[in-house]
Write a protein that binds this ligand. Structure first.
Ligand SMILES: Cc1cc2nc3c(=O)[nH]c(=O)nc-3n(C[C@H](O)[C@H](O)[C@H](O)COP(=O)(O)OP(=O)(O)OC[C@H]3O[C@@H](n4cnc5c(N)ncnc54)[C@H](O)[C@@H]3O)c2cc1C
Length: 456
Protein backbone atom coordinates (compact mmCIF):
# COMPACT_ATOMS: atom_id res chain seq x y z
CA UNK A 1 0.00 0.00 0.00
CA UNK A 2 1.26 3.50 -0.87
CA UNK A 3 -0.85 5.11 1.85
CA UNK A 4 -3.04 4.22 4.80
CA UNK A 5 -5.68 6.70 3.72
CA UNK A 6 -6.37 8.42 0.42
CA UNK A 7 -8.67 11.44 0.38
CA UNK A 8 -10.11 12.58 -2.95
CA UNK A 9 -10.91 16.30 -2.97
CA UNK A 10 -9.40 19.14 -0.91
CA UNK A 11 -12.59 21.05 -0.11
CA UNK A 12 -13.76 21.57 3.48
CA UNK A 13 -14.78 17.88 3.77
CA UNK A 14 -11.35 16.61 2.71
CA UNK A 15 -9.42 19.27 4.65
CA UNK A 16 -11.21 18.64 7.93
CA UNK A 17 -10.92 14.87 7.65
CA UNK A 18 -7.16 15.28 7.05
CA UNK A 19 -6.91 17.75 9.92
CA UNK A 20 -8.56 15.34 12.35
CA UNK A 21 -6.59 12.33 11.10
CA UNK A 22 -3.32 14.16 11.76
CA UNK A 23 -4.06 15.13 15.39
CA UNK A 24 -2.55 12.06 17.04
CA UNK A 25 1.11 11.14 17.54
CA UNK A 26 0.91 8.14 15.20
CA UNK A 27 -0.09 10.02 12.12
CA UNK A 28 -1.32 7.71 9.34
CA UNK A 29 0.19 8.03 5.86
CA UNK A 30 -2.28 10.25 4.05
CA UNK A 31 -2.53 11.55 0.49
CA UNK A 32 -4.98 14.10 -0.83
CA UNK A 33 -5.69 14.18 -4.56
CA UNK A 34 -7.13 17.41 -5.85
CA UNK A 35 -8.19 18.26 -9.38
CA UNK A 36 -7.62 22.02 -8.93
CA UNK A 37 -4.68 24.17 -7.92
CA UNK A 38 -3.13 24.87 -4.56
CA UNK A 39 -4.66 27.90 -2.82
CA UNK A 40 -2.07 30.48 -3.87
CA UNK A 41 -2.48 29.57 -7.55
CA UNK A 42 -6.27 29.86 -7.61
CA UNK A 43 -7.24 32.87 -9.75
CA UNK A 44 -10.43 33.33 -11.73
CA UNK A 45 -9.39 35.07 -15.00
CA UNK A 46 -12.48 37.34 -15.03
CA UNK A 47 -11.07 40.81 -14.35
CA UNK A 48 -14.02 42.87 -15.59
CA UNK A 49 -11.79 44.54 -18.23
CA UNK A 50 -10.07 42.12 -20.61
CA UNK A 51 -12.10 39.10 -19.55
CA UNK A 52 -15.63 40.03 -18.60
CA UNK A 53 -17.35 36.69 -18.37
CA UNK A 54 -16.62 33.03 -17.84
CA UNK A 55 -14.18 31.54 -20.40
CA UNK A 56 -14.76 27.98 -19.18
CA UNK A 57 -11.28 27.12 -17.88
CA UNK A 58 -10.55 23.37 -17.89
CA UNK A 59 -10.54 23.48 -14.08
CA UNK A 60 -12.60 26.30 -12.54
CA UNK A 61 -10.56 28.18 -9.92
CA UNK A 62 -13.74 29.25 -8.14
CA UNK A 63 -14.93 25.68 -7.61
CA UNK A 64 -11.74 23.58 -7.62
CA UNK A 65 -8.51 23.58 -5.68
CA UNK A 66 -7.44 23.71 -2.04
CA UNK A 67 -10.47 24.97 -0.10
CA UNK A 68 -12.89 23.56 -2.69
CA UNK A 69 -16.00 25.52 -3.61
CA UNK A 70 -15.69 27.21 -0.23
CA UNK A 71 -12.37 28.99 -0.88
CA UNK A 72 -13.82 32.24 -2.23
CA UNK A 73 -17.15 31.80 -0.54
CA UNK A 74 -18.58 34.17 1.99
CA UNK A 75 -17.35 31.83 4.70
CA UNK A 76 -20.66 31.58 6.49
CA UNK A 77 -20.51 28.61 8.81
CA UNK A 78 -24.09 27.91 9.91
CA UNK A 79 -24.35 25.86 13.06
CA UNK A 80 -27.74 24.25 12.72
CA UNK A 81 -29.57 21.10 11.74
CA UNK A 82 -32.38 23.18 10.18
CA UNK A 83 -30.57 23.62 6.86
CA UNK A 84 -27.24 22.98 5.18
CA UNK A 85 -27.70 19.24 4.90
CA UNK A 86 -29.11 16.16 6.54
CA UNK A 87 -25.98 14.97 8.30
CA UNK A 88 -27.99 14.59 11.51
CA UNK A 89 -30.02 11.81 9.90
CA UNK A 90 -26.85 9.69 9.83
CA UNK A 91 -24.96 10.77 12.93
CA UNK A 92 -27.62 12.25 15.21
CA UNK A 93 -28.57 15.87 15.91
CA UNK A 94 -26.41 16.33 18.99
CA UNK A 95 -23.22 14.93 17.43
CA UNK A 96 -23.79 16.98 14.28
CA UNK A 97 -24.06 20.21 16.30
CA UNK A 98 -21.06 19.29 18.47
CA UNK A 99 -18.92 18.71 15.39
CA UNK A 100 -20.04 21.96 13.75
CA UNK A 101 -19.02 23.77 16.94
CA UNK A 102 -15.68 21.94 16.93
CA UNK A 103 -15.10 23.08 13.33
CA UNK A 104 -15.95 26.63 14.41
CA UNK A 105 -13.33 26.42 17.19
CA UNK A 106 -10.70 25.32 14.66
CA UNK A 107 -11.64 28.09 12.25
CA UNK A 108 -11.26 30.59 15.09
CA UNK A 109 -7.92 29.10 16.13
CA UNK A 110 -6.57 29.30 12.59
CA UNK A 111 -7.41 32.95 11.94
CA UNK A 112 -11.14 33.38 12.41
CA UNK A 113 -11.05 34.66 16.01
CA UNK A 114 -12.48 38.15 16.11
CA UNK A 115 -15.09 37.48 13.45
CA UNK A 116 -18.71 37.73 14.49
CA UNK A 117 -21.11 34.95 15.48
CA UNK A 118 -24.78 35.83 14.85
CA UNK A 119 -27.79 34.00 16.26
CA UNK A 120 -31.54 33.87 15.71
CA UNK A 121 -32.11 33.01 19.39
CA UNK A 122 -34.46 35.48 21.07
CA UNK A 123 -34.85 37.72 18.05
CA UNK A 124 -37.98 39.86 17.71
CA UNK A 125 -37.73 39.40 14.02
CA UNK A 126 -38.97 35.80 14.25
CA UNK A 127 -42.35 37.08 15.43
CA UNK A 128 -42.55 39.65 12.65
CA UNK A 129 -41.94 36.89 10.09
CA UNK A 130 -44.67 34.72 11.64
CA UNK A 131 -47.14 37.60 11.49
CA UNK A 132 -46.53 37.89 7.76
CA UNK A 133 -46.74 34.25 6.69
CA UNK A 134 -42.97 33.77 6.73
CA UNK A 135 -40.86 31.37 8.81
CA UNK A 136 -37.42 32.30 10.11
CA UNK A 137 -35.21 29.20 10.54
CA UNK A 138 -33.06 28.86 13.67
CA UNK A 139 -29.27 29.02 13.43
CA UNK A 140 -26.06 30.45 14.74
CA UNK A 141 -23.80 31.68 11.98
CA UNK A 142 -20.12 32.50 12.06
CA UNK A 143 -19.38 34.95 9.27
CA UNK A 144 -15.71 34.67 8.37
CA UNK A 145 -16.07 36.69 5.18
CA UNK A 146 -14.25 35.84 1.97
CA UNK A 147 -11.00 37.43 3.11
CA UNK A 148 -10.72 35.81 6.56
CA UNK A 149 -11.98 32.50 5.17
CA UNK A 150 -8.99 32.60 2.80
CA UNK A 151 -6.58 33.26 5.67
CA UNK A 152 -8.00 30.34 7.67
CA UNK A 153 -7.46 28.10 4.64
CA UNK A 154 -3.87 29.33 4.27
CA UNK A 155 -3.18 28.46 7.91
CA UNK A 156 -4.82 25.06 7.60
CA UNK A 157 -2.70 24.33 4.54
CA UNK A 158 0.46 25.33 6.44
CA UNK A 159 -0.60 22.99 9.23
CA UNK A 160 -1.24 20.04 6.90
CA UNK A 161 1.40 20.34 4.20
CA UNK A 162 4.15 18.52 6.12
CA UNK A 163 1.86 15.78 7.39
CA UNK A 164 -0.04 14.95 4.23
CA UNK A 165 1.09 14.36 0.62
CA UNK A 166 -0.85 16.76 -1.57
CA UNK A 167 -1.28 15.97 -5.27
CA UNK A 168 -2.68 19.11 -6.91
CA UNK A 169 -3.85 19.32 -10.52
CA UNK A 170 -4.36 15.57 -10.26
CA UNK A 171 -7.95 14.53 -10.88
CA UNK A 172 -8.73 10.97 -9.90
CA UNK A 173 -10.19 9.21 -12.90
CA UNK A 174 -11.53 6.09 -11.19
CA UNK A 175 -11.60 4.13 -7.95
CA UNK A 176 -11.00 0.40 -8.02
CA UNK A 177 -11.82 -1.97 -5.19
CA UNK A 178 -8.98 -4.34 -4.30
CA UNK A 179 -9.16 -7.41 -2.13
CA UNK A 180 -7.76 -5.27 0.67
CA UNK A 181 -8.30 -1.57 0.18
CA UNK A 182 -8.65 0.67 -2.86
CA UNK A 183 -6.66 1.67 -5.94
CA UNK A 184 -7.15 5.09 -7.36
CA UNK A 185 -6.27 5.89 -10.94
CA UNK A 186 -5.01 9.23 -12.19
CA UNK A 187 -3.87 10.13 -15.73
CA UNK A 188 -0.26 9.43 -14.78
CA UNK A 189 -0.22 6.75 -12.10
CA UNK A 190 -2.07 4.50 -9.67
CA UNK A 191 -2.00 4.63 -5.87
CA UNK A 192 -3.24 2.11 -3.31
CA UNK A 193 -4.55 2.64 0.21
CA UNK A 194 -6.45 0.70 2.83
CA UNK A 195 -9.03 3.41 3.27
CA UNK A 196 -10.51 5.81 0.75
CA UNK A 197 -12.49 8.95 1.59
CA UNK A 198 -14.25 10.60 -1.32
CA UNK A 199 -15.05 14.29 -0.85
CA UNK A 200 -15.51 15.70 -4.34
CA UNK A 201 -18.26 18.25 -3.70
CA UNK A 202 -20.75 19.58 -6.19
CA UNK A 203 -18.21 19.99 -8.99
CA UNK A 204 -17.40 16.29 -8.73
CA UNK A 205 -21.03 15.21 -8.87
CA UNK A 206 -20.91 13.70 -12.36
CA UNK A 207 -17.71 11.87 -11.57
CA UNK A 208 -19.22 10.59 -8.32
CA UNK A 209 -22.06 9.08 -10.32
CA UNK A 210 -19.59 7.05 -12.37
CA UNK A 211 -17.85 5.81 -9.22
CA UNK A 212 -21.19 4.65 -7.80
CA UNK A 213 -22.04 2.94 -11.08
CA UNK A 214 -18.64 1.20 -11.28
CA UNK A 215 -18.79 -0.01 -7.68
CA UNK A 216 -22.52 -0.77 -7.58
CA UNK A 217 -23.21 1.73 -4.80
CA UNK A 218 -26.93 2.55 -4.60
CA UNK A 219 -27.91 6.22 -5.09
CA UNK A 220 -31.01 8.40 -5.12
CA UNK A 221 -31.67 11.76 -6.81
CA UNK A 222 -34.89 13.73 -6.85
CA UNK A 223 -34.35 17.35 -5.81
CA UNK A 224 -33.15 20.58 -7.34
CA UNK A 225 -33.68 24.21 -6.20
CA UNK A 226 -34.14 26.81 -8.91
CA UNK A 227 -34.51 30.56 -8.68
CA UNK A 228 -32.83 33.91 -8.92
CA UNK A 229 -30.31 36.02 -7.04
CA UNK A 230 -31.86 39.22 -5.79
CA UNK A 231 -29.88 42.43 -5.32
CA UNK A 232 -31.26 45.40 -3.40
CA UNK A 233 -29.80 48.49 -1.73
CA UNK A 234 -28.34 47.31 1.58
CA UNK A 235 -30.53 49.57 3.82
CA UNK A 236 -33.64 47.60 2.79
CA UNK A 237 -32.42 44.53 4.67
CA UNK A 238 -30.16 46.23 7.21
CA UNK A 239 -32.55 45.69 10.15
CA UNK A 240 -32.28 41.94 9.43
CA UNK A 241 -28.64 41.60 8.38
CA UNK A 242 -27.28 43.81 11.19
CA UNK A 243 -28.89 41.53 13.77
CA UNK A 244 -28.74 38.10 12.10
CA UNK A 245 -26.26 38.59 9.29
CA UNK A 246 -28.32 36.12 7.29
CA UNK A 247 -32.03 35.53 7.68
CA UNK A 248 -33.02 32.08 6.39
CA UNK A 249 -36.67 32.71 5.64
CA UNK A 250 -39.16 30.26 4.15
CA UNK A 251 -42.50 31.11 2.51
CA UNK A 252 -45.24 28.69 1.43
CA UNK A 253 -46.84 30.07 -1.74
CA UNK A 254 -50.62 30.47 -1.81
CA UNK A 255 -50.95 29.48 -5.44
CA UNK A 256 -49.07 26.14 -5.52
CA UNK A 257 -48.14 25.59 -1.86
CA UNK A 258 -44.49 25.40 -2.93
CA UNK A 259 -41.75 26.36 -0.50
CA UNK A 260 -39.66 29.38 -1.53
CA UNK A 261 -36.69 30.27 0.63
CA UNK A 262 -34.02 32.88 0.95
CA UNK A 263 -30.53 31.47 0.66
CA UNK A 264 -26.97 32.77 1.05
CA UNK A 265 -27.58 36.37 2.09
CA UNK A 266 -24.61 38.71 1.52
CA UNK A 267 -24.95 42.13 3.15
CA UNK A 268 -22.92 44.74 1.26
CA UNK A 269 -21.75 41.93 -1.00
CA UNK A 270 -21.23 41.22 -4.67
CA UNK A 271 -23.00 38.95 -7.13
CA UNK A 272 -20.71 36.52 -8.96
CA UNK A 273 -20.78 33.95 -11.75
CA UNK A 274 -20.49 30.30 -10.86
CA UNK A 275 -19.44 27.62 -13.31
CA UNK A 276 -20.71 24.11 -12.66
CA UNK A 277 -19.79 21.55 -15.28
CA UNK A 278 -19.55 24.29 -17.93
CA UNK A 279 -22.88 25.93 -17.10
CA UNK A 280 -22.78 29.50 -15.83
CA UNK A 281 -25.12 30.24 -12.96
CA UNK A 282 -25.14 32.99 -10.37
CA UNK A 283 -24.03 33.16 -6.73
CA UNK A 284 -22.88 35.80 -4.27
CA UNK A 285 -20.48 36.63 -1.48
CA UNK A 286 -19.25 39.48 0.68
CA UNK A 287 -16.08 40.61 2.45
CA UNK A 288 -15.33 41.39 6.08
CA UNK A 289 -12.94 44.14 4.92
CA UNK A 290 -14.80 47.48 5.12
CA UNK A 291 -12.99 48.67 2.00
CA UNK A 292 -14.52 45.92 -0.11
CA UNK A 293 -18.11 46.38 0.99
CA UNK A 294 -20.64 47.49 -1.63
CA UNK A 295 -23.89 49.46 -1.25
CA UNK A 296 -26.00 46.39 -2.05
CA UNK A 297 -27.18 43.23 -0.34
CA UNK A 298 -27.80 40.08 -2.35
CA UNK A 299 -29.42 36.74 -1.65
CA UNK A 300 -31.03 33.90 -3.56
CA UNK A 301 -34.73 33.12 -3.74
CA UNK A 302 -35.07 29.44 -4.48
CA UNK A 303 -38.01 27.16 -5.16
CA UNK A 304 -37.46 23.49 -4.27
CA UNK A 305 -38.52 21.02 -6.92
CA UNK A 306 -38.96 17.42 -5.88
CA UNK A 307 -39.68 14.95 -8.64
CA UNK A 308 -41.51 11.66 -8.42
CA UNK A 309 -41.58 8.61 -10.69
CA UNK A 310 -40.57 8.15 -13.47
CA UNK A 311 -38.28 11.22 -13.63
CA UNK A 312 -34.91 10.77 -11.93
CA UNK A 313 -32.57 13.41 -13.36
CA UNK A 314 -33.40 16.42 -11.18
CA UNK A 315 -29.97 18.00 -11.76
CA UNK A 316 -30.41 17.55 -15.51
CA UNK A 317 -33.64 19.53 -15.24
CA UNK A 318 -31.86 22.36 -13.38
CA UNK A 319 -28.99 22.31 -15.88
CA UNK A 320 -31.40 22.60 -18.83
CA UNK A 321 -32.94 25.73 -17.33
CA UNK A 322 -29.51 27.21 -16.62
CA UNK A 323 -28.43 26.38 -20.19
CA UNK A 324 -31.46 28.24 -21.50
CA UNK A 325 -30.38 31.38 -19.64
CA UNK A 326 -26.83 30.90 -20.97
CA UNK A 327 -28.24 30.51 -24.49
CA UNK A 328 -30.30 33.72 -24.30
CA UNK A 329 -27.87 35.81 -22.29
CA UNK A 330 -24.50 34.23 -23.15
CA UNK A 331 -24.21 33.79 -19.41
CA UNK A 332 -26.25 35.19 -16.55
CA UNK A 333 -29.32 37.36 -17.28
CA UNK A 334 -30.30 40.37 -15.15
CA UNK A 335 -33.77 41.90 -15.03
CA UNK A 336 -35.34 44.73 -13.03
CA UNK A 337 -38.33 43.55 -11.00
CA UNK A 338 -40.38 46.40 -12.53
CA UNK A 339 -39.63 45.12 -16.03
CA UNK A 340 -40.56 41.57 -15.06
CA UNK A 341 -43.86 42.72 -13.60
CA UNK A 342 -44.64 44.77 -16.75
CA UNK A 343 -43.92 41.74 -18.95
CA UNK A 344 -40.96 43.31 -20.76
CA UNK A 345 -37.27 42.54 -20.93
CA UNK A 346 -34.68 44.74 -19.29
CA UNK A 347 -32.44 46.50 -21.76
CA UNK A 348 -29.09 48.26 -21.39
CA UNK A 349 -30.97 51.59 -21.42
CA UNK A 350 -33.45 50.49 -18.71
CA UNK A 351 -30.59 49.15 -16.61
CA UNK A 352 -28.82 52.52 -16.90
CA UNK A 353 -31.86 54.11 -15.32
CA UNK A 354 -31.91 51.65 -12.40
CA UNK A 355 -31.14 53.28 -9.08
CA UNK A 356 -29.79 49.96 -7.84
CA UNK A 357 -26.38 49.60 -9.50
CA UNK A 358 -25.62 45.96 -10.36
CA UNK A 359 -22.42 44.48 -8.90
CA UNK A 360 -22.21 41.80 -11.61
CA UNK A 361 -22.00 42.57 -15.31
CA UNK A 362 -24.78 40.39 -16.69
CA UNK A 363 -26.89 40.55 -19.84
CA UNK A 364 -30.15 42.51 -19.44
CA UNK A 365 -32.97 40.20 -20.51
CA UNK A 366 -36.23 38.54 -19.65
CA UNK A 367 -36.30 35.85 -16.98
CA UNK A 368 -39.87 34.89 -17.86
CA UNK A 369 -38.43 33.32 -21.04
CA UNK A 370 -36.17 31.13 -18.92
CA UNK A 371 -37.88 30.16 -15.68
CA UNK A 372 -40.94 27.86 -15.66
CA UNK A 373 -44.16 29.72 -14.74
CA UNK A 374 -44.64 27.87 -11.48
CA UNK A 375 -41.18 28.83 -10.28
CA UNK A 376 -41.44 32.44 -11.42
CA UNK A 377 -44.90 32.83 -9.82
CA UNK A 378 -43.48 31.51 -6.54
CA UNK A 379 -40.57 33.97 -6.65
CA UNK A 380 -42.87 36.93 -7.37
CA UNK A 381 -45.20 35.91 -4.49
CA UNK A 382 -42.21 35.66 -2.14
CA UNK A 383 -40.91 39.10 -3.20
CA UNK A 384 -44.24 40.64 -2.17
CA UNK A 385 -44.27 38.64 1.09
CA UNK A 386 -40.74 39.86 1.91
CA UNK A 387 -41.81 43.41 1.08
CA UNK A 388 -43.98 43.30 4.23
CA UNK A 389 -40.99 42.71 6.50
CA UNK A 390 -38.44 44.60 4.38
CA UNK A 391 -40.31 47.43 2.62
CA UNK A 392 -38.63 48.28 -0.65
CA UNK A 393 -38.05 44.67 -1.59
CA UNK A 394 -40.74 44.84 -4.32
CA UNK A 395 -39.36 48.08 -5.85
CA UNK A 396 -39.09 48.37 -9.63
CA UNK A 397 -35.28 48.59 -9.34
CA UNK A 398 -34.86 45.37 -7.37
CA UNK A 399 -32.49 43.36 -9.54
CA UNK A 400 -33.05 39.69 -10.33
CA UNK A 401 -30.19 37.64 -11.75
CA UNK A 402 -30.89 34.28 -13.29
CA UNK A 403 -30.58 31.64 -12.91
CA UNK A 404 -29.40 30.43 -9.60
CA UNK A 405 -29.55 26.68 -9.33
CA UNK A 406 -28.77 24.71 -6.23
CA UNK A 407 -27.85 21.30 -7.52
CA UNK A 408 -28.24 18.50 -5.06
CA UNK A 409 -25.87 15.70 -5.66
CA UNK A 410 -27.51 12.37 -5.91
CA UNK A 411 -27.59 10.93 -2.44
CA UNK A 412 -25.16 8.08 -1.99
CA UNK A 413 -26.43 5.25 0.19
CA UNK A 414 -24.36 5.46 3.37
CA UNK A 415 -24.60 3.96 6.82
CA UNK A 416 -24.35 5.74 10.17
CA UNK A 417 -20.55 5.99 9.69
CA UNK A 418 -20.91 7.59 6.24
CA UNK A 419 -19.45 4.35 4.88
CA UNK A 420 -20.68 2.89 1.58
CA UNK A 421 -21.69 -0.74 1.13
CA UNK A 422 -17.92 -1.32 0.67
CA UNK A 423 -15.87 -1.48 3.86
CA UNK A 424 -13.44 1.42 4.28
CA UNK A 425 -14.89 3.43 1.40
CA UNK A 426 -16.40 6.61 2.82
CA UNK A 427 -18.19 9.45 1.03
CA UNK A 428 -18.40 12.81 2.79
CA UNK A 429 -19.30 16.43 2.12
CA UNK A 430 -21.52 17.71 -0.68
CA UNK A 431 -20.47 14.88 -2.99
CA UNK A 432 -22.35 12.47 -0.76
CA UNK A 433 -25.61 14.38 -1.17
CA UNK A 434 -25.83 14.42 2.64
CA UNK A 435 -24.37 17.91 3.13
CA UNK A 436 -24.86 21.19 1.28
CA UNK A 437 -22.79 23.62 3.30
CA UNK A 438 -19.36 24.46 4.68
CA UNK A 439 -20.18 23.52 8.26
CA UNK A 440 -21.92 20.23 7.47
CA UNK A 441 -19.26 19.20 4.92
CA UNK A 442 -16.45 20.00 7.40
CA UNK A 443 -18.25 18.20 10.25
CA UNK A 444 -18.72 15.11 8.08
CA UNK A 445 -14.95 15.07 7.51
CA UNK A 446 -14.17 15.21 11.22
CA UNK A 447 -16.77 12.52 11.93
CA UNK A 448 -15.35 10.01 9.44
CA UNK A 449 -11.77 10.72 10.58
CA UNK A 450 -12.72 9.94 14.18
CA UNK A 451 -14.47 6.77 13.11
CA UNK A 452 -11.40 5.62 11.15
CA UNK A 453 -9.15 6.34 14.13
CA UNK A 454 -11.54 4.37 16.32
CA UNK A 455 -12.48 7.48 18.30
CA UNK A 456 -15.99 7.88 16.91
C1 LIG B 1 -19.54 31.09 -4.55
C2 LIG B 1 -19.94 30.12 -3.45
C3 LIG B 1 -20.29 30.61 -2.19
C4 LIG B 1 -20.67 29.72 -1.16
N1 LIG B 1 -20.93 30.25 0.08
C5 LIG B 1 -21.19 29.42 1.11
C6 LIG B 1 -21.36 29.92 2.44
O1 LIG B 1 -21.19 31.11 2.71
N2 LIG B 1 -21.70 29.04 3.43
C7 LIG B 1 -21.86 27.70 3.18
O2 LIG B 1 -22.16 26.98 4.12
N3 LIG B 1 -21.65 27.20 1.94
C8 LIG B 1 -21.31 28.01 0.90
N4 LIG B 1 -21.10 27.48 -0.35
C9 LIG B 1 -21.16 26.03 -0.50
C10 LIG B 1 -19.89 25.41 0.08
O3 LIG B 1 -18.78 25.99 -0.54
C11 LIG B 1 -19.94 23.90 -0.09
O4 LIG B 1 -21.07 23.40 0.57
C12 LIG B 1 -18.68 23.25 0.48
O5 LIG B 1 -17.52 23.77 -0.12
C13 LIG B 1 -18.72 21.73 0.28
O6 LIG B 1 -17.50 21.18 0.68
P1 LIG B 1 -16.98 19.80 0.06
O7 LIG B 1 -15.64 19.54 0.65
O8 LIG B 1 -18.02 18.78 0.20
O9 LIG B 1 -16.86 20.05 -1.52
P2 LIG B 1 -16.08 21.14 -2.35
O10 LIG B 1 -15.82 22.34 -1.56
O11 LIG B 1 -16.82 21.28 -3.62
O12 LIG B 1 -14.66 20.45 -2.63
C14 LIG B 1 -14.54 19.32 -3.45
C15 LIG B 1 -13.15 19.32 -4.08
O13 LIG B 1 -13.00 18.07 -4.78
C16 LIG B 1 -12.27 18.31 -5.97
N5 LIG B 1 -12.59 17.24 -6.93
C17 LIG B 1 -13.76 17.00 -7.57
N6 LIG B 1 -13.66 15.88 -8.33
C18 LIG B 1 -12.39 15.42 -8.17
C19 LIG B 1 -11.67 14.31 -8.70
N7 LIG B 1 -12.24 13.42 -9.54
N8 LIG B 1 -10.39 14.14 -8.34
C20 LIG B 1 -9.76 15.02 -7.48
N9 LIG B 1 -10.40 16.10 -6.96
C21 LIG B 1 -11.70 16.28 -7.30
C22 LIG B 1 -12.75 19.67 -6.44
O14 LIG B 1 -11.77 20.25 -7.28
C23 LIG B 1 -12.95 20.42 -5.13
O15 LIG B 1 -11.82 21.19 -4.80
C24 LIG B 1 -20.72 28.33 -1.40
C25 LIG B 1 -20.39 27.83 -2.66
C26 LIG B 1 -20.00 28.70 -3.69
C27 LIG B 1 -19.61 28.14 -5.03
Amino acid sequence: MNYDIIIIGAGPGGIFSAYELTRGEDCPRIAIFEEGHELAKRHCPIDGKNIKSCIHCPSCDIMNGFGGAGAFSDGKYNITNDFGGTLYEHIGRETALELMEYVDDINCEYGGAGTKMYSTAGTEFKKKCMQNGLTLLDASVRHLGTDINYIVLQHLYDELKDKVDFYFETPVTSVEKLEEGYRIHTAEAIYDAEVCIISVGRSGSHWMETVCEDLDIPTMSNRVDIGVRVEVPAPIFEHITDELYEGKIVYRTEKYEDNVRTFCMNPHGIVVNENTNGIVTVNGHSFEDEGKKTDNTNFALLVSKHFSEPFKDSNGYGESIARLSNMLGEGVIVQRFGDLERGRRSTVERMMESRTVPTLKATPGDLSLVLPKRILDGIIEMIYALDKIAPGMANDDTLLYGVEVKFYNMEVELDENLETCHKNLFVIGDGSGVTHSLSHASASGVYVARHILGKG
